[in-house]
Design a protein around this ligand. Structure first.
Ligand code: G6P
Ligand code: MG
Length: 219
């Protein structure tokens, strides 16, 4: 029986990938590191510290931990500044409609994001009220593909994993949902989230009607 929904934030509720890209690009340019959109794709869903390590590995750079943290903070300052431009117009098409529908039907709704900036993003979008529980980058230690953030969200909703559907745009996010025993909906191309139970190209197609029709035995 499905009673709860857990949403990733970046790439599901709103598209912050471009803002993350611009901030990492600025840091990389300053450092003389290579960084492009293809590499940016590898950062989808993973934590800030894991992200900088992916970029440094790609550039065959090794630095002491304190410097790495300093650089990650520098990137974050650029990213956080750019969030000021975000407004309630910046929901991905279909996301607000789905959240509204879930609220109206009385489902429990949680956020399960790797971002430590998730509360600020929700504030900018004026979306905080759609969520009973907010799980973000501060809630758990291990980031996706570990299932911890989704297990945290489910526990706070007082629901077992198999009562929840996770919405994710990242390959590692779907891995996390599956490892945790959740049902999963992938948002994006087959090559990225084709391993989800159900997949839509964009949130626009991901209506409650479509989800209920697919998982009909569970509602
Ligand atoms: C999300 C994004 C990642 C980002 C991570 C951490 O999962 O998809 O690209 O690295 O959050 O974000 P933060 O805001 O804490 O740096
Ligand atoms: Mg995401």
């Amino acid at each position: 029986m499905i009673k709860g929904f857990i949403f990733d934030l970046d790439g599901v509720i709103t598209d912050t990938a471009e803002l993350h890209y611009e901030a990492w690009k600025k840091l990389s340019d300053d450092m003389g590191w290579f960084f492009d959109r293809e590499l940016n794709e590898k950062l989808r869903g993973i934590s800030r510290m894991d992200s900088i390590k992916v970029i440094m590995d790609h550039n065959k750079v090794s630095l002491d931990e304190a410097t790495v943290e300093e650089l990650a903070t520098k990137k974050n300052d650029i990213y956080v500044d750019s969030l000021d431009t975000m407004t309630e117009e910046d929901f991905l098409p279909g996301a607000k409609e789905l959240l509204t529908h879930l609220r109206a039907e009385g489902f429990s709704v949680a956020l399960g994001s790797a971002s430590k900036n998730a509360p600020k993003v929700l504030q900018q979008l004026k979306a905080t009220h759609y969520f009973d529980v907010v799980g973000d980058g501060n809630s758990v230690e291990k980031s996706k593909p570990a299932p911890d953030i989704f297990l945290f969200a489910a526990e706070k909703m007082r629901l077992p994993a198999d009562n929840c559907i996770v919405f994710e745009d990242a390959e590692k996010g779907i891995d996390a949902a599956k490892t945790g025993g959740f049902y999963s909906v992938g948002i994006g191309p087959e090559e990225r989230v084709g391993h989800a139970d159900l997949r839509f190209d964009t949130m626009k197609e991901a209506t409650l009607f479509e989800v209920k029709s697919f998982f009909s035995d569970l509602f």
